[in-house]
Design a protein around this ligand. Structure first.
Ligand code: PRP
Ligand code: ZN
Length: 300
């Protein structure tokens, strides 16, 4: 797989909690792609953007080594690799461009259900199995706790049952994996969600323009999700109060109503959620004929 100096490469989780949302995000950015025979690359047909499908654990290193320009991966993997690079005294480390609104989970300690949790002191002298030895090691050091960290690449939750560890530190989302293995979640040490990262190496000029466009579109997609377009009629005298009630909107557009001097139409983009309560307050302030519409695309 030779690297091309005009096409952007994004590393994405091959299959897992981030895959579907990530591909949906790229599709909403306008990317149309076809899958290669090996199912490992999605070739962009309408943009010079290719998606490389890999294990999430490999994404930060691929971006760090500039084999991919961008990566979308959980903060858990980002942090684990970042701490490792810091330990190795690496000068240039990939940058975290923005957090995304999916892939929420947490990195937590969990102990066998039948054990009595006594707070952080419980960890002292324990053997802790985890796929995140850097994050766990740092946490223990900061808390001044001495414990043994055992690295597992997968199926961490079976370690206590096998007698290989006393407890674990692993990702938890619904909690069903822990429950199935008779483990109980105790302290959370990291809140994770999908994150967009970029190579530390300067992007060649041939890719700069599309990279900027793609990043701008990603921001646009993120903004649009919460945004709504609101239209309403209001007495002119109520305009100051009504403007204040519109959540996260910049100056609204005021349009005269034919044959009415006392009333106007107000159109605004609200960048925050509009709840029923907001509409009720607007009504109390004098608004009528309210209409809330979804926003499909947005470009600042
Ligand atoms: C994590 C973790 C558990 C599961 C927990 O694995 O290792 O197996 O998710 O989720 P739950 O609380 O909803 O049961 P993940 O799917 O992220 O896969 P990976 O760590 O092997 O990449
Ligand atoms: Zn993984």
């Amino acid at each position: 797989m030779k690297k091309n100096n005009t096409r952007i490469r994004i590393a994405v989780q091959k299959s897992g909690r981030l895959t579907e949302h990530t591909m949906e995000l790229l599709t909403r950015c306008g990317l149309i792609y076809s899958k290669g025979h090996d199912q490992l690359i999605c070739y962009g047909e309408n943009m010079p953007v290719d998606v490389i499908l890999v294990r999430d654990d490999d994404i930060p290193s691929l971006v760090q080594e500039n084999l991919c320009d961008l990566g979308i991966v959980g903060l858990n993997e980002v942090e684990e690799t970042r701490l490792k690079l810091v330990e190795l005294d690496t000068k240039e480390i990939f940058s975290q461009i923005s957090t995304l609104d999916f892939g929420y989970c947490r990195l937590s300690f969990a102990i066998p259900e039948d054990q009595n949790y006594t707070g952080l002191s419980f960890l002292s002298g324990k053997r802790i199995a985890t796929s995140y030895p850097q994050i766990v090691g740092h946490y223990l050091k900061n808390q001044g706790i001495k414990a043994e960290v055992i690295k597992f690449s997968g199926a961490v939750e079976i370690a206590p049952g096998l007698g290989k560890a006393d407890m674990i530190c692993d990702l938890v989302s619904s909690g069903s994996t822990l429950q199935a293995n008779e483990l109980r979640e105790t302290d959370t040490i990291l809140e994770s969600r999908a994150t967009l990262i970029q190579t530390p190496v300067l992007i060649p000029t041939g890719k700069q323009e599309w990279l900027q466009r793609l990043l701008q579109r990603i921001q646009g997609v993120l903004q649009v999700k919460e945004s709504k377009y609101i239209m309403l009629h209001a007495p002119r005298s109520a305009l100051p109060e009504i403007s204040k009630l519109l959540p996260g909107s910049e100056s609204p557009t005021i349009i005269p109503l034919e044959g009415r001097n006392d009333k106007v139409a107000v159109h605004a983009v609200c960048k925050e959620k509009i709840f029923w309560e907001t509409l009720e307050l607007l009504k109390e302030a004098g608004a009528s004929s309210m209409l809330v519409l979804p926003v499909e695309k947005m470009l600042a």
